[in-house]
Design a protein around this ligand. Structure first.
Ligand SMILES: *Cc1c(COP(=O)(O)O)cnc(C)c1O
Length: 352
């Protein structure tokens, strides 16, 4: 950092995104993207909208809000859209700073980054030994709560009844449920929005809707909370979602069938991969997401990661002590998973 950098940000450790390699072609199983392209209608909508890029996007997000409301059975006043769900999470930490936030020790690495950036206190509550969320500890936490469900990088999902216990335990604090992976088998908390005015459900188009590069996320909540987030949005970037992405998002929602089938394929590939890995002696945590969190007594996480990388397969390794023995493997096409499995098998044979 230069000597000009704000001293109040001296403790900031920026989020480290997964590698997006240029040059060598990898089998890319490291950032939980979809192996499927956007639907034809989405590509056409983007091409058509490109003609209007001389104009700013709609700051009210009217059409996409209406489309999201229809998809999730809420009113447009319950919806805000964002530049990736990361932006919604950033807005949320800005908006609800007073009580600070509690989240699991093992979860999405952006939560502590947003808190530090916005100078919001946070506390990490350890996952239990089986990597499940400690529901009782979150019920009694005095802070606002942020939970990814299914969680990342574990893939473990919390039943809706447990989410409701946490939300209802204290109506005086905000509970954020980050449902980035919900379409791969989790239970959504969207149906609780009408019942609890302290609940925010965050979603993304980056995973099940094949739009990671388009940057589109959203939050669903009571109208007063959406008004809070809109106040932050209009104070940061009223044109936060660009024209191409607004059109792409609305078109993707209309193609629900296509994306639903893709999610079912990913789920089938996940179960197939988990079974093959268990046959090879790996432990795979029970995942409801588009990735598996795996470990083997035969090889350390960092070494498997490096050896797979040498062979052209990228997975994600985290150095945090509690999970350094593991790797997170995104579920891709069947061909990609077969390639990953055979390389992994060869690596195990090599080190034996
Ligand atoms: C991928 C992911 C996001 C979303 O990122 P975008 O900004 O929408 O691409 C949010 N939360 C979790 C837990 C994720 O894994």
């Amino acid at each position: 950092m230069s000597e000009f950098f704000s001293s109040r940000l001296s403790s900031l450790t920026p989020y480290t995104p997964g590698e997006q390699p240029r040059g060598r072609k990898y089998i890319k199983l490291n950032t939980n993207e979809s192996p499927f392209p956007p639907s034809e209608a989405v590509i056409e909508a983007i091409a058509d909208e490109a003609k209007s890029l001389n104009l700013y996007s709609d700051p009210s997000l009217t059409e996409l809000r209406a489309a999201l409301a229809a998809t999730y059975g809420v009113a447009p006043e319950n919806v805000i859209a964002s530049n990736g769900s990361d932006e919604a999470l950033n807005f949320i930490t800005m908006a609800y700073a007073d009580k600070g936030f509690a989240f699991p020790d093992i979860t999405y690495g952006f939560y502590p980054v947003f808190c530090t950036l916005n100078r919001v206190n946070y506390r990490e509550i350890p996952l239990k030994d089986d990597f499940s969320v400690d529901v009782e500890a979150f019920m009694s936490a005095p802070e606002n709560v942020m939970i990814a469900n299914p969680n990342a990088p574990t893939g473990i999902a919390l039943p809706l009844s447990d989410v409701e216990r946490i939300v209802s335990a204290d109506p005086g604090r905000i509970v954020v449920i980050d449902e980035a992976y919900v379409d791969f088998g989790g239970e959504s908390a969207v149906k609780l929005i009408g019942k609890y005015r302290n609940l925010i459900v965050v979603g993304t188009f980056s995973k099940s809707r094949s739009l990671a590069g388009g940057r589109l996320g959203f939050a669903l909540a009571a109208p007063e909370l959406i008004a809070d987030l809109d106040a932050i949005r209009f104070s940061t970037n009223p044109y936060n979602v660009n024209r191409l992405t607004l059109r792409a998002g609305a078109a993707a929602l209309k193609d629900a069938e296509y994306y639903k089938n893709n999610a079912l394929t990913i789920i089938a590939n996940r179960e197939y991969t988990a079974e093959r890995l268990r046959e090879m002696g790996f432990e795979a945590l029970p995942s409801k997401a588009n990735f598996l969190f795996i470990r083997s007594d035969k090889i350390e996480g960092a070494e498997l990661y490096a050896r797979l990388r040498d062979r052209g397969v990228l997975v994600r390794h985290f150095t945090k002590p509690r999970i350094s023995y593991y790797n997170r493997v995104t579920i891709g096409s069947r061909a990609e998973m077969d390639a990953f499995l055979s390389e992994t098998e060869e690596i195990l044979n090599e080190i034996r």
